[in-house]
Design a protein around this ligand. Structure first.
Ligand SMILES: Cc1ncc(COP(=O)(O)O)c(C=O)c1O
Length: 414
């Protein structure tokens, strides 16, 4: 018998507006699909709630900055002095505003001409692409590019021409067929931690006369001597037109940024829709980010620690027979494949106090769901040893031998 998927229990519901059929049909389809899930009443995202003593590998705060005393002090001072400031779109901010000073700092940090601060990484990507592509622009995206980049292509009305994940040849073939356009890659892929072969991609894109966009959400702050990101670290900044990043990862804040030439950033400031039609960040957020740039540049040991931690766990899991890839990034994925297998792994890990992030439909196809471990500078050796020990204990229970051999999946979400 099929399991029934039920809504969370609600004791009383306020009256609801009459729904037209097209809405009801869509919502019902969601519940019907979930009802055929073979795990009783389950949703892959609904596991146990973590408690004290559990080991969390779920945060994108890679450098463990979210409680940094210097940053928190600056935020508190700004909040007390200015509250939430003037609530409006930042397009109205003229002169030498704190936002503009932060943008100049972010630009210097990333070795770019200028920077545009955005409300999120999502806004950076969607706003940028809608402003630089249109219905006549072929847009070449890595198949694993983040969902916000796909959304940007859609809002531009452009045609996506996806190429095989990390395949320079696949990009080359498509660009030869469809001509100059926009090439989009993530520097580090958010779901499985793969690192982009950036130098080769940039070489092919340049030869094909394309605009190059690199999403550095998982590399800015983490890669490079001072956290300048992978593009600048590899010396590719003179060749890459735009870099985007969420500031909710290594920068441990809320916001996003677009890096580019002064001329192109000025254009985006007055053409990117989220920059115009959505309110800007608040003074404590901007002040906190200003302090964060300095901390990231100065506290090298955090970058060293997160990379050491990631390498340590990756080697331990590989030695246990898990396919975790060989790229040296701070993201690891265990890919059981079908959702019921991922839920079994989730439950086995959580029962032993280990929590990762479940990625399932719509972030991955149903048969390619996975659990992601994100490693932070603040993880201790004991915590990582515990994770490895638990992964060793659950191997047979979660039937690792039946997992798909390739770690492939679709666009990531967070
Ligand atoms: C690669 C990538 N780009 C963009 C985003 C969106 O960033 P934000 O959460 O700041 O909207 C994320 C994650 O959320 C991401 O992983």
């Amino acid at each position: 018998m099929l399991a029934k998927y039920t809504l969370p229990e609600v004791t009383s519901q306020p009256p609801v507006a009459q729904e037209p059929d097209f809405l009801s049909r869509r919502v019902e389809a969601y519940y019907r699909e979930r009802a055929v899930n073979p795990v009783v009443g389950g949703h892959p995202l609904k596991g146990r709630i973590p408690g004290p003593g559990d080991t969390l590998l779920v945060s994108n705060d890679y450098l463990s900055l979210s409680r940094h005393p210097d940053i928190v002090a600056v935020q508190a001072t700004a909040l007390q002095a200015q509250g939430h400031g003037v609530l409006r779109s930042s397009v109205f901010g003229l002169g030498d505003t704190p936002q503009h000073r932060l943008e100049r700092d972010l630009a210097r940090h990333g070795h770019s001409g200028d920077a545009l601060l955005t409300q999120s990484g999502w806004c950076a990507n969607t706003g940028l692409l809608a402003a630089i592509a249109d219905a006549h622009t072929p847009v070449y995206l890595d198949m694993f590019a983040h969902m916000s980049l796909w959304e940007g292509v859609q809002s531009a009305g452009a045609t996506p021409r996806p190429f095989r994940h990390n395949s320079v040849e696949s990009l080359q073939r498509l660009a030869a067929k469809y001509g100059p356009g926009v090439v989009i890659v993530d520097a580090v892929y958010s779901t499985n931690g793969d690192v982009c072969p950036l130098a080769e991609m940039v070489h092919v894109a340049t030869a094909a006369g394309c605009v190059i966009v690199v999403d550095e959400s998982h590399s800015l702050g983490v890669y490079g001597r001072e956290g300048e990101g992978l593009v600048a670290h590899l010396g590719l900044d003179p060749l890459v037109h735009f870099r985007t990043s969420s500031l909710s990862k290594a920068f441990a804040a809320r916001g996003g940024v677009i890096l580019g030439s002064a001329r192109n950033i000025e254009y985006l400031r007055y053409q990117s829709r989220p920059a115009i039609f959505s309110s800007g960040l608040l003074p404590p957020e901007i002040a906190g980010l200003q302090a964060t740039v300095q901390v990231i540049r100065r506290e090298h040991y955090r970058r060293e620690k997160v990379m050491q931690n990631a390498a340590y766990l990756r080697h331990a899991l590989a030695a246990l027979g898990y396919e975790v890839g060989t790229d040296e990034s701070q993201i690891l994925a265990l890919v059981p494949g079908p959702e019921h297998q991922t839920m079994r792994l989730r439950d086995a890990l959580e029962a032993r106090g280990v929590f990762g992030s479940v990625f399932c439909d719509p972030a991955t196809p149903r048969n390619r769901s996975l659990i992601r471990f994100t490693i932070n500078a603040g993880h201790t050796r004991e915590a990582l040893d515990h994770v490895a020990a638990v992964c060793g204990q659950v191997r047979a229970e979660v039937n690792v031998a039946a997992w798909p051999q390739s770690r492939g999946h679709a666009a990531g979400t967070c």
